[in-house]
Write a protein that binds this ligand. Structure first.
Ligand SMILES: Nc1ncnc2c1ncn2[C@@H]1O[C@H](COP(=O)(O)OP(=O)(O)OP(=O)(O)O)[C@@H](O)[C@H]1O
Ligand SMILES: [Mg+2]
Length: 244
């Protein structure tokens, strides 16, 4: 992917959530993983990259183009991307199928019948065909998360942004969701994700950036960051979280 951040900051009141972050991804990178301690700024940076929020200062470029500042252009940029956020999941009053169909028709202007067909085929791919008519409460956490992923990628997003896609899932459900993400990666879907699962980060990331106190302290291509941590703080963090 071609993503470039130049001195990007995001300030909420007194809190500097993202502090002068500069980053240029390797063009070969298909999956960028953001790791680091809680409160380090991962989710905020993901929202900025996806155009869900505007930076307080600095520039973000996708494929050489600056992220639009004007609201209409920003909205159409956002529409090209797919999002899955831990706490903003499915519409509770819609079935799994309707959760996919609704944004395709309302946001992407697809005909109902075409949206239905696409949605069923995506659900089928994710092993969810038999759950299409269920309401979210009738699905397990892992199934809900997979429906969320299916919805995030049903319109073939340019960028898929996943904020801790597996937190709060039990190990078996985690494995299911991780498999789906790995498959999307192999198909060439460009993904930026945050995770506390270091094993997964290591496996799926073509590039990893470590964020702490709003700053990128280190980054690495492939496994570099894990095998040869560029900073003592990263080494300590990894030693702590990989111990178990
Ligand atoms: N909307 C907001 N208003 C005020 N402060 C915010 C807002 N969003 C984030 N913050 C603050 O910005 C900092 C970075 O938060 P962020 O959610 O980006 O961290 P994170 O790395 O994703 O943490 P975690 O691993 O716990 O998800 C935190 O201090 C947080 O309290
Ligand atoms: Mg977060």
């Amino acid at each position: 992917m071609e993503l470039a951040l130049g001195n990007v900051s995001k300030i909420y009141g007194e809190t500097i959530a993202v502090d002068q972050v500069s980053l240029e991804t390797n063009p070969e990178t298909g999956v960028l993983v953001l790791i680091g301690p809680s409160g380090g700024g991962k989710s905020t940076l993901l929202r900025l990259i996806g155009g869900l929020e505007a930076p307080s200062s600095g520039e973000i470029h996708h494929a050489g183009n600056p992220l639009p500042k004007e609201e209409d252009a920003l909205r159409s940029f956002r529409k090209q991307n797919g999002f899955l956020f831990q706490n903003f999941n499915l519409f509770p009053h819609l079935t799994a199928l309707e959760n996919l169909v609704m944004p395709l028709t309302k946001v992407h202007g697809m005909e109902k019948s075409a949206a239905d067909e696409v949605s069923r085929s995506v659900l089928d791919r994710f092993g969810l065909a038999e759950h299409a008519e269920k309401m979210p409460v009738q699905l397990s956490g892992g199934q809900q998360q997979r429906v969320g992923l299916a919805r995030a990628m049903a319109h073939k997003p340019g960028l898929l942004l996943l904020d801790e896609p597996t937190s709060a899932l039990d190990p078996e459900m985690k494995a299911e969701v991780l498999d789906v993400i790995d498959e999307l990666r192999r198909e060439g879907q460009k993904i930026i994700l945050t995770t506390h699962e270091m094993g997964f980060a290591r496996k799926v990331g073509d590039e990893t950036a470590y964020l702490s106190r709003g700053r990128i302290i280190g980054r690495g291509i492939g496994n570099e960051l894990f095998t040869n941590p560029p900073d003592p703080e990263i080494e300590q963090f990894l030693a702590k979280v990989m111990k178990w």
